[in-house]
Design a protein around this ligand. Sequence first.
Ligand SMILES: Nc1ncnc2c1ncn2[C@@H]1O[C@H](COP(=O)(O)OP(=O)(O)OP(=O)(O)O)[C@@H](O)[C@H]1O
Length: 278
Amino acid sequence: MKSTFFSKDAYDKPVPHTGFLEIENLYKSYPTPDGNRFVVLDNVNLTIAEDEYISIIGHSGCGKSTLLKIVAGLEKATSGSVRLDGKEIHKPGAERMMVFQHYSLLPWLTVRENIRLAVDEVLKDANRSEKISIVNQHLAMVNLTAAADKYPDEISGGMKQRVGIARALAIRPKMLLMDEPFGALDALTRGKLQRQVLDIWEHHRQAVMMVTHDVDEAIYMSDRIVLMTNGPAANIGEILEVPFPHPRDRNAMRNSQEYYELRNYALNFLDRYFTQDE
Ligand SMILES: Nc1ncnc2c1ncn2[C@@H]1O[C@H](COP(=O)(O)OP(=O)(O)OP(=O)(O)O)[C@@H](O)[C@H]1O
């Protein structure tokens, strides 16, 4: 295993305040019926740069979604801090948009109206023609111009997810949070949508935190891969640097020795934790 894959951060120590997103000494626990606490996250420290694509991988139930929801402001940390651009996160905000695995579109609105609603809510200073242009631009970005006037139940799962991504991007968040965004899609659609999201990201770089179970997806899309230990009391086991420059060519990457070394390393990490559970 090449040492270049490893980040030199010490994951159990506070991180220097240099990142765009700064997660410091983060703990999350829930009360249990017997009066104790169930510890989900135990001292998570992570910084993410403003143009960095990070994937979070770990076994089911280790706390990946909880971590993402704390960054989104949908859950509160028990202790520790999460700052975006120097500001403490306490609640949801339009500068952090979340994309869920299950599309969460409003069924009574068309594709265009679903995106427009978010734009109206957030970009209050934009005038009507600016809003129309933002919506059209984002419809085009995810190849949905032709489907703009359809309703969610008239389009496929992959198209619905593209609406969710366009809606999130249209309000120009500083950070995109994605919880298994391709998890509900068939393999072909997933591959196409991964490419589209990566194309968009390669043009408009922004901070991205994506939860996934798919090691190939994480390597293809991200700059670093955060490997979580198993819960309860999960934390960051290792962070792998993905050594391939953007824009990425999936086939070229897959033909390289480094790709397989990185992939095997991540899978072995997950296997080790999986066997611990048995
Ligand atoms: N509101 C809650 N109250 C109590 N426990 C909770 C709550 N939300 C999550 N948990 C627990 O926290 C742990 C982590 O859940 P989380 O959904 O973050 O895991 P995950 O890694 O995203 O799982 P998966 O990969 O299966 O989606 C689980 O044991 C879960 O049962």
